[in-house]
Design a protein. Sequence first.
Length: 358
Amino acid sequence: MSVYKRGGVCWYEFIFSGRRIRETTGLVNRNAALRAESIRKAELAEGRAGIVRPPPCPVFEDFVTEEYLPWSKKQHQAHPRTHSRYRVAAKPLIRILGRYPLDAITSGTVEKFKIKRSSEISGAGTNRDLAALRFMLNLAIRHSYIARNPVVGVRFLPEGPGSMRIISHEEQREYLAVAKPLLRDVGTVMLETGMRPEEVFTIRKENVHLARRYVFVLSGKTRFARRNIPLTDSAIEVLKRRFAKAKGSYLFAHRRDSDKPLTTVYKSHLEAVAASGIEPAFRLYDLRHTFGSRSAMAGVDLATLRELMGHSNISTTLRYVHPTPEHKQEALRKLEKFNAEQVIAPYENRGYPQKSPQ
């Protein structure tokens, strides 16, 4: 009998071209094992006849962990945060799509992922995962596993303005008062320049020009992110102090390696928000939103604000402009005063009618 059980699973054993073939099927059902044996014999026969069958398509999880992420790590050595984003996105993608062979992932499969993932996180977050999936499957195409990318043609979810929080000057004082020194410096630079957190983390000595009062942002996902940003007195004070103390090339260096940039202050931020008792809470990124909103309320035109914040489209800048209730009340007081002056002006200009002399 060529099929037998050992260790609870079925094995097959037969002679092919004078060579003993003995392999496990991994199956417990004898009939299924017999079919597996037949398939194996056919494969061996095809090989002898010179027929080369393509290798089996890997499942998504194996492809991502064994091929895509190692490739991404090497490809994005100069931009480790990009690789980190793909590594984070890989977790939910593997959780939902992990056991699918690459050639079994269709546009319908991607749509199902989109629906499931959007029930867990925001539309913007779901779109970031879809974008990561698109990049992963593009590499699968280059490796000849699939012929087309099933993400192409799948409509991404609409993204609203998101959850933006503008902090008041009083909240700013309370937050910075309890923040650890590193977080206080990061927060101050963000509030004074509108820089993104990762832009602050990666400030290098050669990009800081204190005498000319500006910092050059070198890295960014678009050419608009690479820009010169003027510095206020508060920002200069922070950067000057950190410049003098920096042991490596980064002003905000990693605590264990001065030649690498800081990667996060997330834990310190949460602690500072909790210690300050500020409600509702806000994200570190909201300090950038606060800069944009305050700049607009101070009269900075949108074209200039777009340049300062490094946006590729002015419509993005508009999303950052959120006047406070006090600012809107002041605007209405100005309107009320203007209207009153327009009503009185005609009388002040020509005076009241005078009686004709008798």
